[in-house]
Write a protein that binds this ligand. Structure first.
Ligand code: GDP
Ligand code: MG
Length: 440
């Protein structure tokens, strides 16, 4: 999606005044790009119709820079479809807050239950997970494992207690939560590979039994054209208050988000971006829009980095990037800190134009950090500060000292240089000028 849109806007940017033909050409490209990204046809039609209408209006003719105005319109309309403002989780006035999860099998509900619980616990809540998926033999166990990883309690039927009744389990769990004073209850439910009536009825019954404050519909972002039919079926069958897009770490970027948000009118509340419990974030419509526009999710990147760095540190590093005084010590420190903020690959994947760097990014393996530590720790202070002095004999000494090969040392230095160069570009460019988006 992104590459094509970027090309379109690049062409547009080089032009002066816009003609109707320019607008039509651009709209045609946007349509094609969205269809390629598996956005549902009806959503594409609706979207491009609005963009075309606004692009041909006076608002654009009067603009100083008509091409930029069109980009802004596309950005605004994308944000609009994606729900406008960021929508936060609703908490019950009287605890416990009950959050029910619904969606197809494999959508990522059980994983999300753990992510959400961990996130809430970090925020001072006392969440409890409920195993109301009694369909698959292993489902209860899976939730227990996830609960353990998240460090939260799991309410499950006694093992050996037969097939059990998920509606009953869900209902009992609420009483239990009140009793034990858990302030949030996250109810995991069963899914099927496809939409079916029995599944819908069970989910609807659970909904009735637990009277949730939020029903989150979890949908795999890679689902493509099926997104619309699936979302509609769940909206009719169970109804939901919000959407969670899972597997946003895959190739699909935006297609399902646009379709589901547009067709159901329900806000996307969270994004799930990997298999680990930390790969999870609140969904920001404006950032998703700019992601779709290939501007890179710079804001999320910075925010993630800042949750690991303290702000002062981040500022220092940014300055070092920009002024070329970034050292191997900084590199190591940064790698260690980035590890806290989620996988490095994820972070770098959010940089604009990072698609082309994919090959290089593959080198940023978590395991590398350990080896990197060993190598850098074998360097002298001077070498770390000024890697340029690392000649052959120094490299050999470092290799021996760290138990690595000279090739390992060479590769590290090379990666350091690449990273420094890349981050310098980003730091120099500063925040991209995204229309409609203020500074952080
Ligand atoms: P459920 O059937 O809806 O409960 O789905 P699960 O939570 O069991 O997830 C199904 C599979 O998708 C598991 O292998 C998860 O590890 C994986 N998964 C879940 N969320 C994500 C995500 O955001 N990204 C990726 N890459 N995989 C995910
Ligand atoms: Mg599950």
């Amino acid at each position: 999606l992104s590459d094509r849109l970027a090309d379109t806007f690049r062409n547009l940017r080089t032009k002066g005044k816009l003609s109707a033909a320019d607008v039509d050409g651009t709209v045609r490209e946007i349509r094609r790009a969205l269809l390629d990204a598996d956005v549902a046809l009806e959503v594409v039609k609706d979207f491009t119709g609005k963009v075309r209408e606004r692009a041909l209006s006076d608002e654009v003719n009067r603009a100083l820079n008509p091409a930029q105005q069109v980009v802004q319109i596309v950005n605004e309309e994308l944000i609009q479809i994606l729900g406008g403002q960021q929508r936060r989780l609703e908490f019950a006035k009287k605890p416990p807050t009950v959050i029910m999860l619904a969606g197809l099998q494999g959508a990522g509900k059980t994983t999300l239950a753990g992510k959400l619980a961990k996130w809430l616990a970090k925020d001072g809540h006392t969440p409890m997970l409920v195993a109301a998926d009694l369909q698959r033999p292993n489902a209860v166990n899976q939730l227990q494992v996830v609960g353990q990883q998240a460090g939260v309690a799991v309410y499950a039927p006694e093992p050996g207690n037969g097939v059990g009744n998920p509606v009953r389990v869900a209902k009992d769990s609420i009483k239990y939560a009140v009793d034990k004073q858990y302030d949030t209850v996250i109810v995991d439910t069963a899914g099927r590979l496809g939409v079916d009536a029995e599944l819908m009825k069970q989910a609807a019954d659970i909904r009735k039994a637990v009277d949730p404050d939020e029903v989150l519909f979890v949908i795999d972002a890679m689902i493509g054209q099926d997104a619309v039919a699936t979302a509609r079926a769940f909206q009719e069958g169970v109804d939901f208050t919000g959407v969670v897009l899972s597997k946003l770490d895959g190739d699909a970027r935006g297609g399902a988000a646009l379709s589901v948000a547009s067709v159901t009118g329900r806000p996307i509340i969270f994004a799930s971006t990997g298999e680990s419990l930390d790969d999870f974030e609140p969904f920001h419509p404006d950032r998703m829009a700019s992601r779709i526009l290939d501007l890179g999710d710079i804001l999320t990147l910075i925010e993630q980095a800042q949750s690991a760095f303290d702000e002062e540190e981040a500022r220092k590093v940014a300055e070092k990037f920009a002024t070329d005084s970034f050292t191997l010590d900084d590199f190591l420190k940064q790698m260690q800190q980035l590890r806290k903020a989620g996988s490095i690959k994820n972070m770098l994947g959010m940089l604009p134009g990072a698609g082309g760097l994919k090959q290089q990014l593959e080198n940023f393996d978590e395991k590398e950090i350990v080896r990197t530590e060993a190598i850098i720790q074998s360097m002298t202070k001077q070498e770390r500060t000024n890697p340029k002095i690392l000649n052959g004999s120094r490299r050999l000494r470092i290799a021996k000292g760290s138990g690595m090969t000279v090739t390992d040392v060479n590769q590290l230095v090379q990666r350091f240089e690449q990273a420094a160069k890349m981050m310098k570009t980003v730091a120099k460019g500063g925040m991209p000028n995204i229309p409609g988006m203020g500074p952080v």
